[in-house]
Design a protein around this ligand. Sequence first.
Ligand SMILES: [Zn+2]
Length: 120
Amino acid sequence: MAELKPCPLCGENNLLSGVEYIPKKWAGGFNVGFVECLTEGCSMIIRAPTLEIAETKWNKRPLESKYFEKITYLQAAYNEIYKAMAYMKFIQDNMETSPEKDKMIVHTISKILEKQDNNG
Ligand SMILES: [Zn+2]
């Protein structure tokens, strides 16, 4: 049995691993290996043809740091969009409807898109 890394979803070590029998209605059943997190509220489970494969898959954790990088990027993008929306609302609230107002909104949107493109 391999040394298991903590649950990739919740980080806990409350794990159960083994082999379970999956019955089949018409033909015989089959065994699968599994690693499961028993932490309440966590639903992480990996099943594979053998226990060894399940353990190997369990230990091949997703690159969490990549996800955190992406989350940070998306939060920043969200903040930019939120600011832009607030700005557009300010424009809408403080200007009479006019071609000038429309132009300003289009200009604001294109500036945001430009910024997004530059930030990847
Ligand atoms: Zn878990």
